[in-house]
Design a protein around this ligand. Sequence first.
Ligand code: SF4
Ligand code: SF4
Length: 178
Amino acid sequence: MTVYGLLVDYEWCTGCQSCEVSCKEEHGYPVGKWGIRVLEDGPWEIDDTQANWNKIPVPSDLCDLCANRTAQGRQPICVHHCLADVLQYGPVEELVKRFEEKPKQALFVPQFKPKEARGAFVSKNRAAGKVASFAAVAVEANTDFDIAGHRRPDEEVEADMAVSVILTDSIKTRSEDE
Ligand code: SF4
Ligand code: SF4
């Protein structure tokens, strides 16, 4: 069986994250889940003239090597959208030959975990039963603070100051999803 993978020529990765976004859009992954992430190390000085600063895209366990696209003879969407031509898709036995051409390359053979295995996306709050929170708010008008009283007739200001409002409604709010 032919095994396929992604060859990453990370010398030229700009960290633009087009691979991340296009993969996420293509697969409809929810907030916080990705098919590929761009990891970064640096910048830090090696010596007075050189620095280390590497960005390298790493497929996650949600990378299926764009099975739907590649079955139609198309390139994976991350390869298609990488303007720096960092990513190459193909049979592993072909990709490994390119290791001899230059340094700063990495080969990934992702292990896809299908949707049935990873389950539906559920908010951590909901899963923990934190569905709702309650707030009882009581507000009383501050009668010690004269707001712009210098611009209004005394009688009007005094009438306003006499007003005392108490709100006893309970406000139910649903906690936000992550
Ligand atoms: S691999 Fe390509 S698309 Fe992804 S961050 Fe690097 S340059 Fe951008
Ligand atoms: S090959 Fe497809 S699934 Fe894998 S990282 Fe690239 S876009 Fe995502």
